[in-house]
Design a protein around this ligand. Structure first.
Ligand SMILES: Nc1ncnc2c1ncn2[C@@H]1O[C@H](COP(=O)(O)OP(=O)(O)OP(=O)(O)O)[C@@H](O)[C@H]1O
Ligand SMILES: [Mg+2]
Length: 222
């Protein structure tokens, strides 16, 4: 397995007691798959994705990526590991406002010392239809443009696993189709693994790795 999550709990303290968002969730996937996660708003999909992508820690349980128990990594080791292995498209993009689009997209590569990825950053912006926007700042872009930039940033280091939190949530049908085609294409050509949260039935139609997050657990959809 490329990723294995065992007995994952995530609890928050709430005024009326404890809020248990994830409740002993088990999940694993193999390399090269495209996994979809569905679930109602508030079900804990983003929470789960952040934990699987080792951006957040579970209250209990273990995440193993490529045989490495991520809870055993120190802060610097974890940052290095994540930067190399994992790409993340946030639901609310989190582009850095003081940097241009190109700088945002190129940033993970620069942090990894991979300046040769400059060309890839340009290529991804082009694929996203944003090459003319490279010098613009995030605040000058539409929601959908920011979303595509954030996806380009998630892909720039060619990570083994790409987590996408509603990658097409802000796009019209045609642009959403293009973005999804890119994901399928990358998966096919490079074997990159994708774990995608979505609300869109049209994306998951006919796919076999579809899971639903409900009451803190993930179940495969029949
Ligand atoms: N830092 C936090 N402190 C307290 N509660 C939190 C925190 N983060 C998330 N929650 C709660 O956990 C639950 C799950 O949130 P999450 O964002 O994971 O849902 P989601 O399934 O991604 O929803 P959506 O489809 O609307 O994006 C929600 O009830 C939310 O209020
Ligand atoms: Mg969410």
């Amino acid at each position: 397995m490329l990723l294995e999550a065992k007995d994952i709990w995530k609890c928050y303290d709430a005024p009326k007691g404890k809020l248990e968002v994830l409740r002993g969730l088990d999940f694993s996937f193999e390399r090269g798959k495209i996994i979809f996660v569905l679930g109602r708003s508030g079900a804990g999909k983003s929470t789960l994705l952040h934990i699987l992508g080792s951006l957040d820690k579970p209250s209990r349980g273990t995440i193993t990526v490529d045989g490495v128990d991520v809870s055993r990594l120190g802060e610097r080791e974890l940052a290095y590991f994540r930067n190399r292995k994992i790409g993340f498209l946030f639901q609310f993009y989190h582009l850095l406002p003081e940097f241009t689009l190109f700088e945002n997209v190129f940033m993970p590569a620069m942090m990894a010392g991979r300046i040769e990825q400059r060309a890839r950053a340009h290529f991804l912006l082009k694929v996203m239809g944003l090459e003319k926007r490279a010098g613009h700042y995030p605040s000058e872009l539409s929601g959908g443009e920011q979303q595509r930039s954030a996806l380009a940033r998630a892909l720039v280091n060619e990570p083994e696993i790409v987590f996408c939190d509603e990658p097409t949530g802000n796009l019209d049908e045609e642009t959403a189709d293009d973005v999804f085609k890119l994901i399928l294409d990358l998966n096919k050509k490079t074997g990159q693994t994708f774990c995608i949260v979505t609300h869109e039935e049209s994306l998951v139609e006919g796919r076999d790795e579809v899971y639903v997050l409900h009451e803190g657990k993930l179940r495969r959809r029949k």
